[in-house]
Design a protein around this ligand. Structure first.
Ligand code: UD1
Length: 365
């Protein structure tokens, strides 16, 4: 079996790394399985891509399509055009995509139209918010996938409700947590806390990058003011996504996200440093999807600045609180944070999801 694994944007790298390792493990046991790693180049800055490859122990991509940034149509279209050529050339048996970014849907469409099996890892998650580009990518990718690997029960339930055959759906756990577990020791060894002058539990980690939060001056200013309020209680560490940095600059909001307001703004951080910051924080304030899962696993309170989440298990079984973006609500929930309220990791978030995925694929080929 020849599998092409696709990565494109930052959160894909943590999801693919354990899958690449699981394939290598089976290969070393004499199983006839081959893999090719394709990077679409959706993310390309060293801090959004290269450093993560190094820290996650990912091999250099076999092929980089170097697509870069663009509008949704441009980016998706360019990936489709370039990836199709690779498929003509390599003729794999399987294309494996993860998550919900533009690279995910673009490569899935190419493969499906050429009669190649499509595997979607992290299938079935639904925010039920069609204004999110990721929700469109999720629904479309699932609709053409031959294997749907889910991370939580809601994913399986959503797929069944949408009419997918249960034969295609496999609840295997969470590959992002596989990566987290296998990198915790390295995260503990980083010096990021002392580099930033922080100590355990005396700071809040914040991230913002969703277009709905950062693409208009009004919303970004509202959230910036809110962080400034929280920073009166504890230092805020704010590793800023390139999209957010560009908008802070173009909207002239640099005065809000500033050291004088007790907000430490940094570049996007490497994986180990970031995990170390989550683990030792008083709380995390974010609009990211993956961070809701990482905080749940680590038992760190997470205030999610969104109206919905596609990862409800992080609320029902984890440490996540969905608070929307109303400043009063954010401040109120912040005051209520109880870090002793530790919960258990959701089912099958045990570091073995990638092995289950590869073994399932091998068992049905
Ligand atoms: C993408 C994903 C989003 C994911 C996020 C993680 C889609 C639709 N969105 O959003 O689901 O949560 O990645 O980061 O696929 N840029 C750089 N360097 C890079 C990449 C981007 O400077 O390496 C800048 C560019 O100015 C670009 C902007 O960031 O225009 C946004 O990048 P893009 O890939 O379009 O979307 P993200 O917001 O990163």
């Amino acid at each position: 079996m020849h599998i092409i694994n696709i990565v494109g944007a930052r959160p894909n790298f943590m999801k693919i790394a354990p899958i690449v390792r699981a394939i290598e493990e089976r290969k070393s046991q004499g199983i006839d399985i081959k893999q090719t790693l394709v990077h679409t180049g959706q993310h390309y800055s060293p801090e959004m891509s290269d450093i993560l490859f190094t820290q996650l122990g990912l091999p250099e991509p076999d092929i980089n399509l170097n697509i870069g940034s663009g509008s949704h149509g441009q980016q998706t279209g360019r990936i489709m055009e370039e990836f199709e050529k690779i498929l003509f050339d390599i003729k794999p048996d399987v294309v494996l995509v993860v998550g919900d970014v533009n690279s995910t849907i673009a490569c899935a469409i190419d493969a499906k139209k050429l009669g190649i099996k499509v595997v979607h890892v992290e299938a079935g998650l639904r925010s039920h918010d069609m204004d999110m580009p990721e929700e469109i990518n999720r629904i479309l990718t699932d609709s053409i996938s031959d294997f749907l690997f889910t991370t939580e029960k809601s994913g399986t339930d959503n797929l069944i409700k949408e009419g997918h055959s249960s034969d295609k759906i496999h609840f295997v756990g969470n590959v992002m947590i596989d990566s987290l577990i296998s990198n915790l020791e390295k995260a503990d060894k980083t010096t990021i806390l002392s580099e930033l002058g922080l100590s355990e539990k005396n700071y809040v980690l914040a991230t913002l990058h969703r277009p709905s939060n950062v693409d208009t001056a009004k919303q970004l200013e509202k959230l910036g003011s809110c962080l400034t309020e929280l920073a009166k209680d504890k230092t805020i560490v704010f590793p800023a996504h390139p999209r957010t940095v560009a908008n802070i600059e173009s909207f002239g909001l640099g005065h809000l996200f500033s050291k004088t307001n007790n907000i430490i703004i940094t570049k996007p951080l490497p994986y180990h440093e970031f995990i170390c910051l989550i683990k030792n924080s008083h709380a995390v304030v974010t609009d990211s999807g993956g961070i809701q899962e990482e905080t749940t696993y680590l038992g760190v309170p997470c205030l999610t600045l969104r109206e919905n989440t596609e990862r409800p298990v992080t609320i029902t079984e984890g440490t996540n609180i969905l608070i929307g973006t109303d400043p009063d609500r954010i401040l109120e929930e912040y005051k209520r944070i109880d870090s002793s309220d530790n919960k258990q990791a959701p089912a099958l978030w045990d570091g073995k999801a990638a092995k289950r995925i590869i073994d399932t694929l091998l068992s049905v080929q």
